[in-house]
Design a protein around this ligand. Structure first.
Ligand code: 13P
Ligand code: 13P
Ligand code: MG
Ligand code: MG
Length: 368
């Protein structure tokens, strides 16, 4: 038996209630029942089932390492069982993110989003799990740069000897399937050239440079690239370790005090502000939005998940939510025009090809 513990967060939209706005309680109960059995038989050390908007989130601890086929099978079966409940209630988009009928050892590439890390649990191990709805993988780029490389966000980078050596960022090019590492602060400007374009370059993980310990890992699965068509937005997840060699809890949360613009919202085809909310407030209803982020905090204790604390359930984020509403309204006034609507290449679905075909003959050469 390893002395390490693995934290696996595996999520999917298996059916919305009502429309894409929220989740029916029966889906949570079904997932809890399934994972309880896996805890009883020793597969899992612990688990917590949650949701953001219409996305079902399985938070699991175990000792089988990342990419364990047993854990992925368990997650797949659990999501499928919840999808069956969704189908029985004729919930919206039941089974939406489960792109295949046959499980083949790993849920990656099959629709669900996955973030996993194997760690040696510290004397105290505060963990923050971020979950977003109505937005894309890549939405974590800006907050990750801020929490692990920006001294205006994380004062620990300046005044704590444990953080002063900086962090290493693993960046994935999701179109070319390549990855590259940047050491910050030295290579911060190089890093931002890439991750400032989050539709293509995504921060996959962050490591403490002095010790090589993992500090954060995100889901980078892009549903539309996997499915070859629009089925729903990625609605990504992110795991962050906190305190000690990593940013303090308040430093990890601080980037979300600014409701920055992300891709997503209605039909996955708009820019809108990311609003930090409590789990009960994560019901994106206005124009299927604006996009939401929730954060659950846990103290790990020998693999057990002590918690959760609903981290954005705090009046200090009220002003952010108000600003998100103002920014959301400002964007909405653009209606079907860019930059509220995404540029043509980024839109999740479009009538353009059909229209171009139908109107092809009516396009005349411009000669003047
Ligand atoms: P405490 O002194 O409350 O432990 O706080 C230290 C810290 O990390 C605050 O960011
Ligand atoms: P979800 O990805 O959350 O299902 O949202 C899809 C959508 O198109 C909302 O308008
Ligand atoms: Mg949905
Ligand atoms: Mg969703």
């Amino acid at each position: 038996m390893t002395d390490k513990v693995t934290l696996s967060v595996i999520k999917a939209d298996v059916g919305g209630y009502v429309g894409h706005s929220s989740m029916h309680e029966d889906l949570i109960e079904e997932a809890e029942d399934r994972l309880e059995l896996a805890k009883d038989d020793g597969t899992l050390i612990d688990f917590h089932v949650s949701r953001v908007g219409d996305d079902l989130e399985l938070i699991m601890t175990h000792q089988m390492g990342v990419d364990s086929s047993k854990i992925h099978q368990l997650a797949w079966n659990t999501l499928e069982a919840a999808a069956e409940v969704a189908k029985s209630l004729k919930l919206y988009g039941a089974g939406q993110d489960l792109l295949s009928d046959a499980f083949s050892g790993n849920v990656k590439g099959m629709g669900p989003g996955v973030a996993e890390m194997e760690i040696k649990e510290r004397a105290s191990e505060p963990i923050l799990i971020f979950m977003a709805d109505k937005t894309s993988a890549g939405a974590w780029n800006m907050p990750l740069v801020k929490m692990f490389a920006d001294p205006f966000t994380t004062i620990g980078l300046v005044i704590s000897p444990a953080l002063h050596g900086g962090f290493r960022f693993e960046v994935q090019d999701v179109l070319e399937h390549k990855k590259i590492y940047f050491d910050c602060p030295d290579e911060l400007y190089d890093l931002v050239v890439f991750v400032g374009a989050p539709a293509r370059y995504m921060v996959k993980a962050v490591y403490h440079r002095d010790t090589n310990e993992i500090g954060a890992v995100s889901s980078t699965q892009r549903l539309s690239l996997l499915a070859g068509r629009y089925v729903g937005k990625d609605d990504p997840v992110l795991i962050v370790r906190s305190q000690g060699n990593f940013p303090a809890v308040g430093e990890v949360l601080e980037p979300f005090a600014f409701p920055y613009l992300v891709e997503g919202w209605m039909r996955g085809s708009h820019h809108g502000p990311l609003m930090p909310v409590s789990v009960p407030q994560s019901n994106p209803s206005r124009f299927d939005g604006p996009p939401r982020v929730v954060c659950l905090g846990f103290q790990l204790c020998n693999g057990s998940l002590v918690g959760p604390r609903d981290m954005f359930d705090d009046p200090s984020f009220d002003e952010t939510r108000r600003q998100a509403n103002l920014a959301g309204e400002y964007m909405r006034r653009h209606g079907p025009f860019e930059p509220h609507r995404l540029p043509l290449g980024e839109m999740e679905y479009t009538t353009m090809p059909e229209l171009m075909k139908r109107l092809a003959e009516r396009f005349e050469d411009v000669t003047d």
